[in-house]
Design a protein around this ligand. Structure first.
Ligand code: MN
Ligand code: MN
Length: 296
């Protein structure tokens, strides 16, 4: 497989777009649209704050867990689910600003019992596995079979639920097809396939809920992704929905970054992003794409 400049550009757009969405959305995480309006009018700048009292440009668990997953793939030049789980343990023990409950439960189970996967659970339908899967997409751009296996294995370290699985695969396939230069029709096909599988993901008319429940998250992301025409408009509309705004922001930033490319991301957001995180993302993106070539 040859990685073209354009593909690298869209891959960088996806990963940096993801981090921008995390940093932008974290300010208004767990707020209602009304509260956001009262506080900020329209929230459109990376200013930090929020319930985690972040510095401007700081990212949260969404980006940290993605980097931890990506580092395991790069270090092993391929797939080693135990290395992924070990990196999650190290991350949990690094005293991160926030950890989702389901993520914590799964990582602690692995740490204490060595069990890589939990049993299927209805209450594992949060967005915590879906939110961190971008590194798998980048490392498997031309290997659809590996994409599914690696995705589901990393998901089930913490989330073992068919809705979480289906959403993770659907969003990942959209990013894959965008990076390959396919347009929005390809994304619509993937969305329709997901909805055909589970009707509850239907996002039109948009129900307006933006919680961490994977169905609410996916509806919010898809509604705004398909109904805006720039990276900035897409992220601003999404995070002003509040709720799990850093995660909806990150996921929609991933899709919009793959769609509009690196140059679609506002300069002021890239400049605001924690510079150490931004350079780790740039480096890891190139390394993940190389893993994909090396293992063909
Ligand atoms: Mn977060
Ligand atoms: Mn979140």
């Amino acid at each position: 497989m040859i990685i073209t400049e354009q593909m690298l550009n869209r891959a960088l757009g996806a990963y940096l777009g993801f981090a921008c969405g995390d940093a932008l959305g974290a300010t208004v995480e767990f707020m209602s649209p009304k509260q956001i309006q009262n506080c900020y009018g329209v929230h459109r700048d990376i200013i930090g704050g929020g319930w985690l009292a972040l510095e401007a440009g700081q990212i949260t668990d969404d980006t940290q867990m993605s980097l931890a997953l990506g580092a395991a793939i790069v270090d092993h030049q391929g797939w080693n689910v135990q290395a992924v789980a070990d990196n999650f343990v190290n991350w949990l023990e690094s005293d991160p600003p926030d950890v989702g409950n389901t993520c914590r439960r799964g990582i602690v189970r692995y740490r204490d019992d060595g069990e890589l996967y939990g049993l299927p659970r209805d209450d594992d339908a949060g967005n915590g596995a879906c939110m961190r899967n971008l590194p798998v997409v980048l490392a498997t751009l031309n290997r659809p079979d590996c994409f599914e296996t690696w995705s589901l294995e990393q998901c089930r370290i913490t989330h073992h639920n068919p809705l979480s699985d289906a959403a993770t695969l659907a969003l990942g396939r959209m990013v894959n097809r965008l990076i390959h230069g396919e347009g929005m029709d390809a994304c619509r096909q993937e969305a329709e396939r997901l909805i055909a599988q589970y009707r509850k993901f239907a996002y039109s008319p948009y129900p307006g809920k933006a919680s961490g429940y994977i169905v609410d998250t996916v509806q919010t992301v898809l509604h705004h992704f398909f109904n805006t025409d720039s990276f900035e408009a897409c992220l601003v509309a999404t995070v002003n929905q509040g709720g799990d705004a850093d995660t909806t922001g990150a996921l929609v930033g991933m899709l919009a970054g793959a769609r509009y490319g690196l140059e679609g991301i506002p300069e002021r957001w890239l400049a605001a992003l924690d510079s150490e995180i931004a350079s780790r993302i740039r480096r890891q993106t190139e390394e993940l794409l190389r893993v994909g070539i090396a293992n063909l």
